[in-house]
Design a protein around this ligand. Sequence first.
Ligand SMILES: Nc1ncnc2c1ncn2[C@@H]1O[C@H](COP(=O)(O)OP(=O)(O)OP(=O)(O)O)[C@@H](O)[C@H]1O
Ligand SMILES: [Mg+2]
Length: 331
Amino acid sequence: MEIVAQTDIGNVREVNQDYVLYHKKNEHECLAVLCDGMGGHNAGEIASSLACQDIIKFYQLHDEFKSEEEIQTWMSEVIVITSGKGGVGKTTICGMLIEYLCEKKQGPVLAVDADANSNLNEVLGVEVEETLGDIREDIARAEMASQQVIPTGMTKADYAEMRFSDALTEADDYDLLVMGRTQGKGCYCFVNGLLTSQVSKYAKNYRYIVVDNEAGLEHLSRGVLPQVDTILLVSDCSRRGVQAAGRLSEMIVDLKLGAKEVGLIINRAPNGELNPGVQAEIDKYGMKLIGVVPHDDTVYQYDAEGKPSVTVPKDSPVKQAVRKIFDQLTL
Ligand SMILES: Nc1ncnc2c1ncn2[C@@H]1O[C@H](COP(=O)(O)OP(=O)(O)OP(=O)(O)O)[C@@H](O)[C@H]1O
Ligand SMILES: [Mg+2]
């Protein structure tokens, strides 16, 4: 395998801001990355070299790819939003991140509601007809029914496959997959398994996969997601909230999930300010604080009136704060 690259400075610039880097993993696998500068902005050559180095670094960490699909999935960015305790604003922030990516035309985006107590659709303002859990129950009923429900000539597996694809709700700018839940014993594991297979089936088609996780790391520790690139830990501004997030951040290290970025967002801070005691707790756990979101009565009011939280005005303090955080993440 031979690798050749050539770039040209062009007629206008004084410095060639393009950068090329490659890494040959073995005889049949190599990644070559070419980045051009940022439209001639200052230090564009540094930005393009850093981008190349980062991509190559993560490529080196990855085992050999087994299929083209695996490569496509690797190229998508999986962002998981979770917390140590419930009710801290995960779903609200997740909804705003999805809106942010769609507004920046960063799609296609797959939004995944991985909380058995699903409500991401309410924050986004979309109707969901069926969850994976609902469909699983339907199939179980169809198998038990005295009348034939599964069309003749169709295997049970094909029928299930067809039905599970109904759980993908198509909104204007993104698709939403809702896990939901099923009744009865042991079914939690079953929907977990369904979520794993559906997400891995779809992953390659999306540039971003944004997951509203339930509190804790259950899905991550069970390997429900094909990969995790960014983990956003959300906490309220209480010491106990931060301690719970701190314990998760320690577990994330132990689990060796391979995330490039693990950041903490403190939500609902009075006047958007962090209390020194809470800051000390964050430092104690060595967490990376990536932003503080103020408590915003508009969000609370929209929620109380059943209006989608993502539709709060753009100039509301919460929207401005989350935008600043997402901008820094360079998504
Ligand atoms: N910055 C904010 N200002 C005011 N209210 C907020 C803010 N963020 C979230 N809320 C409100 O707090 C409540 C909980 O938020 P949300 O449902 O997003 O939390 P969660 O962490 O997803 O909860 P759960 O653990 O139950 O999934 C909601 O009523 C939401 O509208
Ligand atoms: Mg939630």
